[in-house]
Ligand binder design. Structure first.
Ligand code: ADP
Length: 494
């Protein structure tokens, strides 16, 4: 089975969030299971700087915004594996400083519609071997709005591969105005509410949802939630109309990168079988030393609450901001926060640190290494996300013996088992739920956790149950293989 993975990020080459992690662990797991998988990404400047050996394997023309681009296809290997990595090189669109979607000043690139339309057209062509390489795809597996047009470009072509579209976050709909739509040379009939028009814009996400043969999202609960008005971002009607082809598959963890037993970024490795209490304590000490917090015995004994993530409304940052003064007033604990995002949250969190310099550390920025250390060092991990398609940090937390406190939504609900009396008795409890995204409910869950933290025997039981969970890609990739196998693939290609 030949599968072309098309995405706009893949760790460690380019990553802004969970999508990048998935387009690392999943193709590697599929490759290990014998799927002939190839990965295609845009040839961003920062990514090209990380690629060592490469080869130009083809050139072809693709329509852009009132102009035509020459696409160069560059081949390399993905992350030292046998997986071929194909890069869509269009220098005028991708060879620039800044992020994959944003200018250095934080604004969207003004030509994003053209950038990802050209990328999607190139992927569609490549999947049908426009470059005569001898490899064409049975399935194109597209991820998020940046690749949503691929299934649209493949429709009605008899020899086209099947397409799967995975929604990693419905909140990002890839919306562009009519002017962009008209400039990109799409069939005029696409501008219709039945097709890719969405409230007076075009939505690349909607294109993926409508035209793909199968639509997946990253947890079973989110697959249900997005068909409801509460979580549907206006797309719930569209999603209800495709319910027959919509399925949720929980993301996995890539244990090459996230495993406390072998994680090279940690001060001390540990596992469920070795002394995880001492291991976590050593990492807490190292983290506190780096952050300038006290490394006294009493400080290390206090519960440490961690947060790592994008500072956006989705993640419930306002709830954390409201929670901190209440917690600091009534409890003796430490909190460590790492994140970047909306400026007003960055400013408010930094100001908050000024009020509690001994017990609160806020680092504005992005640091893979520090994220790993926080996961290992913390006792509790805060994830009050209003909605969460899957969420990876709570999976990393479980694996690192750091109990997550989560709003009961999406993948958080699917992966964390609440520490109720019954779940504790049956040794299933791994964390703490709260059911409404408000500070009172959040505070209640944190208090519950802090109380249990005092009972070391119980706490160690919870840690051991959390660390014993299997959220590996080994497991989740099987569900994707079953989905691939369920598609009616003609075997006469190649
Ligand atoms: P999302 O994709 O919505 O951002 P996820 O929980 O699915 O959220 O994935 C977030 C990923 O990005 C995790 O690997 C997390 O550690 C990482 N991450 C987010 N913000 C930062 C940061 N400031 N520094 C380091 N890693 C971060």
């Amino acid at each position: 089975m030949r599968v072309l993975f098309a995405a706009s990020e893949a760790y460690p080459l380019i990553k802004t969030g969970g999508l990048g992690d998935v387009i690392h662990g999943l193709p590697m797991a599929l490759n290990n299971k014998g799927v002939d998988v190839r990965l295609v990404l845009p040839a961003y400047r920062s990514l090209m700087n990380k690629i060592e050996s490469l080869q130009i394997i083809g050139r072809f023309e693709v329509a852009g915004a009132n102009r035509t681009h020459m696409v160069q296809v560059i081949e390399s290997r993905f992350n030292g594996t046998g997986i071929p990595l194909l890069l869509i090189d269009v220098p005028e669109l991708f060879d620039r400083d800044g992020g994959p979607y944003l200018h250095l000043d934080g604004h969207d690139w003004p030509d994003n519609a053209e950038r990802f339309s050209v990328f999607s057209r190139a992927v569609a062509e490549l999947s049908m071997d426009v470059i005569n390489s001898g490899w064409s795809a049975d399935i194109v597996h597209c991820h998020d709005w940046q690749t949503g047009l691929v299934p649209a470009f493949l429709q009605n072509i008899p020899s086209a591969p099947k397409s799967i579209f995975t929604i990693h976050n419905l909140a990002y709909a890839g919306l562009f105005n009519y002017e962009s739509f008209a400039s990109l040379g799409f069939p005029p009939e696409w501008w219709s509410p039945e097709l890719i028009e969405f409230y007076d814009s075009m939505s690349m996400l909607k294109a993926g949802i409508l035209f793909a043969d199968e639509v997946t999202t990253v947890s079973p609960r989110y697959a249900y939630e997005i068909t409801t008005p509460e979580f549907g971002h206006g797309m719930d009607g569209v999603l209800r109309s495709v319910e027959h082809k919509l399925v949720g598959i929980l993301n996995g963890i890539d244990h090459d990168t996230w495993d406390p037993q072998s994680d090279v970024t940690l001060a001390q490795n540990y596992s469920i079988n070795s002394d995880y209490v001492a291991g976590k304590r050593a990492n807490k000490k190292a983290l506190f030393a780096e952050l300038g917090l006290s490394t006294d015995k009493t400080s290390l004994e206090k519960p440490l609450l961690g947060f790592v993530g994008r500072l956006v409304e989705q993640k419930g940052i306002d709830l954390i901001l409201e929670l901190i003064p209440q917690l600091m007033r009534r409890h003796d604990l430490n909190i460590v926060i790492l994140g970047s995002g909306h400026e007003h949250y960055e400013i408010e969190l930094t100001e908050m640190m000024g009020h509690y310099p001994e017990n609160l550390s806020v680092e504005i920025g992005y640091s893979e290494r520090r994220a790993h250390l926080i996961e290992a060092a913390a006792d509790l991990f805060l994830m009050p996300s209003r909605f969460e398609p899957c969420g990876l940090n709570q999976l990393y937390s479980l694996c690192y013996g750091t109990l997550p406190i989560v709003h009961y939504a999406g993948g958080l609900a699917d992966s964390v088992v609440d520490a109720t009396v019954e779940n504790i008795d049956t040794r299933q409890a791994t964390g703490f739920h709260f059911y409404t995204p408000d500070v009172d409910a959040f505070y209640g869950a944190v208090e519950r956790a802090l109380k249990m933290f005092q009972d070391k025997r119980l706490w160690n039981q919870l840690i051991e149950t959390a660390m014993a969970q299997d959220f590996s890609w080994e497991h989740s990739s099987e569900d994707y293989i079953s989905l691939y196998n369920s598609l009616d693939i003609s075997t006469d290609a190649n």
